[in-house]
Design a protein around this ligand. Structure first.
Ligand code: ATP
Ligand code: MG
Length: 615
């Protein structure tokens, strides 16, 4: 089956069961200060799982772009990619186990055509200490479903993952694991949860590749959670049904939720009965292109990992750039730099004797024209960013390598030659040298303290916090964008933003330096709007309606079907500003005092940056 077919079938399957299809959120979380990237379908859904009402109702389904920087060291194996799509469906206090489990079984066996003999599942063994019962309810449902297919599903108690290596499969089909494996909460196992926190058992599904023998390097016996590659986790159903009380005990939540997450690429691989996710259609173009350029074969095990790393890292960089993350030395941008530079090194290792990693953009995006049209349409921009990054890296690569040969100073290599520290570590390892991280980290800290104003951290939708000062500057930011468009022309589009309690910063597209007169005009306009005492109004509306109104998109953000829009709107209905935005904002522009531009500078070709304050 093709990846696009699996995605489509899944969304349709749940749509037919009363679910509303939601667009994928951005890879850069819009309302979550705790992480740099969206790493699962659940992440953008958390407020709703905690009880906030979702504008689309109680049954929702999607395919969410996910990026897990933490999986980067696994790339090269048969089933991990840093970027992947997570198929998701949610019940927000609607249906529960007895609907979800049969639906998943039906989807996998009937829609995708997976042989039920190759499916294995895990459930929660319980947690005596916290009085959380064994999830026999879920096991019974699985048992019945397997029985319908003529399969006797034997239950086996495993407990800890470690114990699994001792006791092995024992002819089981349904495996009971402890809270370390089959419990979900935002902070992990029940003992770790603070009072008020919701959580619950989960049930995972594994596909067995029976032609892959168990690798005893991982442990004596194989079991579904073994990492040898014989079993691949294809999906996880979380049943959020408990809450931790103030006295440390657990009780049932008044509303229980279902949260399913399943890897699109892995389910597609399972549909083809291939243990290698890189064998599915979406990687075919890039692998063939690389084979053509290098004269090497993907199936030559000396090179398989290099092919996978290049394919994975390039795909991730494409989607991250598509969501507005440019290669840089800080924050999210650092990962894009690291991915691209690592891909380029492996490109060289394949012996490709020319520049041109951007040539891999088309062979990947060709598979995403329908599903991610926004990213697809940014193709040329993505190519040019990747080209620029390759040029930059190659310019310093030779000199940096000389520096590296002289002696390994990972800090100088990073600051002067743009070598991500992990790259230096890899180079050193190839020479049999292990370099310590502590000195680098220490110097890095000093470096950051110098170049940052301390409070300038990346947070919530570009806001460092929700203090009164930050909120006032956020509203000023909206007025500033409108004023820039007024003075410099409607070509001005926001390309990035960052707001702390001390100042605001906006990056926007514009070709030349602003003159003093431009700056004065912009300042005056913002100050006029402040003195006009204009109300800030939030309205939730269908995305299409907001777009028809010409509301400004936040750069790189992708939105669901219902969006919230902030208007600076006079009482006669005329509007100064309208932006897709989740807030928060002041109620009235009169709360802003005097606006002043501190600095205007270039950040990249065609992108300017303004820093401003309220006095
Ligand atoms: P694994 O143990 O294989 O790394 P996980 O426990 O990290 O998986 P979850 O956090 O439960 O996975 O994510 C839900 C689903 O997303 C998984 O069942 C799997 O299908 C998919 N998935 C997770 N990580 C990756 C990855 N790096 N590449 C591809 N698919 C993934
Ligand atoms: Mg994982």
């Amino acid at each position: 089956m093709k990846t696009a077919e699996v995605r489509e079938k899944y969304l349709k399957f749940f749509e037919e069961r009363g679910h509303k299809i939601m667009a994928s959120a951005s890879l850069v979380p819009q309302n979550d200060p705790t992480t740099l990237f969206t790493g699962s379908g659940m992440q953008p859904m958390i407020p709703y799982l905690l009880g906030e009402k979702h504008p689309l109702g109680t049954r929702i389904t999607d395919s969410q772009k996910s990026f897990r920087s933490g999986d980067i060291d696994d790339i090269g194996d048969n089933r991990h990619t840093t970027f992947f799509e997570m198929l998701g469906n949610w019940s927000l206090g609607d249906y529960f186990k007895k609907e979800q489990v049969p639906w998943m079984f039906e989807f996998l066996t009937k829609e995708i055509g997976i042989d039920p003999n190759k499916l294995y599942v895990s459930v929660l063994i319980g947690d005596e200490k916290n009085n959380i019962p064994k999830d026999t309810e879920t096991a019974e449902i699985w048992k019945g479903l397997f029985a319908d297919k003529g399969i006797e599903a034997k239950e086996v108690e495993i407990g800890s993952e470690k114990n699994g290596y001792d006791v092995g499969m024992q002819g089981g089909r349904i495996f009971y694991y402890d809270v370390g494996k089959n419990w979900w909460s935002r902070v992990g196992v029940p003992d770790k949860m603070p009072a008020g926190e919701p959580g619950g058992p989960d049930t995972e599904m594994f596909y067995e590749f029976s032609d892959i023998p168990h690798d005893p390097k991982y442990g004596e016996n194989c079991h579904p959670n073994c990492d040898c590659g014989r079993f691949m986790e294809i999906g996880n159903n979380v049943f959020m049904e408990y809450k931790k009380n103030d006295d440390g005990t657990f009780s049932k939540l008044p509303q229980s939720n279902v949260d399913f997450g399943g890897g699109l690429e892995r389910i597609t691989a399972a549909s083809l009965n291939t243990a290698d996710v890189f064998q599915i259609d979406i990687f075919r173009g890039i692998i063939e292109t690389l084979e053509g350029l290098s004269g090497k074969s993907y199936s030559d095990t000396n090179y398989t990992a290099a092919f996978r790393i290049i394919a994975d890292h390039t795909r991730s960089a494409i989607f991250l750039i598509g969501d507005g993350v440019y290669p840089s030395n800080a924050d999210q941008g650092y990962f894009v730099r690291r991915l691209l530079r690592r891909a380029i090194r492996y490109w060289d290792k394949l012996g490709i004797k020319k520049e041109g990693i951007a040539e891999l953009v088309d062979p990947i995006l060709d598979y995403y024209e329908d599903a991610y049209v926004d990213t697809y349409n940014k193709k040329e921009e993505i190519k040019s960013e990747i080209k620029k990054e390759e040029q930059k890296f190659r310019e310093t690569l030779e000199r940096g390598m000389k520096e590296f040969e002289k002696g390994i100073d990972s800090f100088t290599l990073f600051t002067t030659y743009g070598f991500p520290v992990e790259l230096t570590e890899e180079l050193a390892k190839e020479k049999g040298v292990i370099i310590g991280r502590s000195e680098f980290d220490l110097k890095m800290k000093g470096h950051q303290n110098l170049s940052r104003s301390g409070s300038e951290q990346k947070f919530k939708g570009g806001l460092a916090d929700h203090s009164q000062e930050t909120v006032r500057l956020h509203t000023a930011h909206h007025l500033l964008l409108a004023a820039l468009q007024n003075v410099l022309g409607s070509n001005v589009k926001q390309r990035g933003s960052n707001i702390t309690s001390e100042r605001l910063r906006i990056d926007f597209s514009f070709e030349r330096k602003m003159t003093d007169e431009d700056k004065k005009k912009v300042e005056d306009l913002v100050n006029i709007w402040i003195s006009e005492k204009i109300p800030m109004i939030r309205r939730d509306m269908p995305k299409a309606e907001a777009e028809a109104l010409g509301a400004e998109h936040e750069f790189g953000a992708t939105y669901g079907d219902v969006v919230s829009v902030y208007f600076a709107e006079r009482s006669d209905g005329t509007r100064v500003s309208k932006e897709f935005c989740g807030g928060p904002h002041v109620q009235n522009t009169s709360e802003l005092s005097h606006f002043k531009i501190l600095k205007e500078e270039a950040v990249a070709s065609g992108i300017r940056r303004v820093k401003a304050v309220l006095e």
